[in-house]
Design a protein. Structure first.
Length: 110
């Protein structure tokens, strides 16, 4: 996976680039986007992979005021609109699942 940073959203992310449908992966607390490394290659056979680092994790923005579901969800929506610029599939693990559900409820991009 190629590591990149989106200054607009403040999110670091890992990408497996191809011409398939975009899939955004959101990790659990205490890890980062690399936690999907074991499954990303297989998922990339069907999806263009974006695995993000939530705020406070990995290479993303570290600002305790933004460590909440609303701020992270807004960043994910900005990321989708700014970087991907298309509707996406969204998957989250543990707390990442809560972020994914909240995000999907806030936008029609998922």
């Amino acid at each position: 996976m190629n590591q990149k940073y989106d200054a607009h959203s403040g999110l670091n992310y890992y990408e497996i680039n191809n011409d398939r449908q975009p899939l955004v992966l959101i990790h659990a607390q205490g890890v980062d986007g690399t936690s999907y490394a074991n499954v990303s290659k297989r998922l990339s056979k069907k999806f263009h992979i974006y695995s993000i680092d939530c705020y406070g994790h990995g290479g993303s923005r570290h600002d305790p005021a933004a460590y909440n579901i609303k701020s992270i969800s807004e960043a994910v929506i900005d990321f989708i609109g700014h970087v991907i610029q298309n509707k996406v599939w969204l998957v989250g693990h543990s707390s990442g699942g809560l972020i994914a559900a909240f995000t999907a409820a806030e936008t029609d991009l998922c």
